[in-house]
Design a protein around this ligand. Structure first.
Ligand code: PEP
Length: 263
């Protein structure tokens, strides 16, 4: 964690909770999470179907909402899709290029770049997820994969807009729902965040590279969150499974609060 940058704790609920369950869960979280310091931002990414109702219920001084996915076009003949333009009244953040979108729904770097641009165009903060697969790591292609995903995802992001982007490093082999998943070790994460800042520095300059927020995601739980937050270059966590249970998610929030008090 870096004292100049905010700490983000982001919950990706994926395709879990009915709208009623999501509302009850938010109620539980809001009554347990007390005052949040200004240098921590908590973000919840529920299913699309729950966004509108949660946006009315949410205490924005505690939590902000994020879309898990959206269509990159603002409107038009895209049956079944929802645009970020339609969502922007409900959310402040938009997850782009989660590995489940890349590998289960075959989203390309080009499409992900268009989504990042659409989020910025509509006044939202894109959270661009990148990370190598197990095979890429085994074949020493981690840097190549990270650079390609950054190049595609940031293709249409201008120098003026890059400060609006958050990057989440999520190695695919560390995501808990993937077979054989294991959390990344601090060395791997530090190396990856350094690669990300190097790429950003080449394109947007050194100051931007120092200022951009980079999160880690992959099998984070309450026992490991503190260690990940201590990794140099990491500004927060993107959490899947452990964000679905109030005890574990609130414990992670408390750890982040403790760390920001230490600063
Ligand atoms: C994710 O899917 O973004 C994620 C980080 O999941 P988990 O925490 O369950 O590994």
């Amino acid at each position: 964690m870096n004292s100049a940058r905010k700490t983000y704790i982001i919950a990706n609920w994926k395709m879990n909770f009915t709208p009623g369950e999501a509302s009850l869960y938010l109620h539980r979280l809001q009554s347990r999470v007390e005052r949040i310091p200004r240098n921590i931002q908590l973000v919840l990414a529920p299913s699309l179907i729950s966004l509108q109702s949660l946006s009315l219920q949410i205490n924005r001084r505690q939590f902000k909402l994020a879309a898990q996915n959206f269509n990159q076009n603002d409107f038009g003949a895209y049956t079944g899709e929802v645009s970020v333009m339609q969502l922007r009244g409900f959310v402040d953040y938009a997850i782009c290029g989660h590995s489940e979108r890349r590998y289960k729904f075959h989203e390309t770097d080009k499409e992900i770049g268009e989504k990042v641009a659409a989020a910025i165009r509509n006044g939202l903060t894109p959270i661009l997820c990148i990370g190598e697969t197990a095979d890429e790591r085994k074949n020493h292609e981690t840097a190549t994969a990270i650079y390609a995903q950054l190049a595609g995802g940031l293709h249409d992001v201008s120098e003026e807009d890059i400060s609006k982007v958050i990057i989440a490093y999520e190695p695919v082999w560390a995501i808990s729902s993937n077979k054989g998943a294991r959390p990344a070790n601090p060395g791997d994460i530090e190396e990856a965040t350094a690669l990300i800042r190097k790429h950003i520095s080449r394109i947007y300059g050194k100051t931007t590279a120092e200022e951009i927020s980079i999160l880690y995601g992959g099998s984070v739980n309450k026992d490991t969150a503190g260690g990940f937050l201590d990794v140099k270059g990491v500004d927060g966590l993107l959490i899947g499974n452990a964000s679905l249970v109030a005890d574990s998610f609130c414990a992670i929030i408390d750890i982040a609060k403790g760390k920001t008090n230490e600063r």
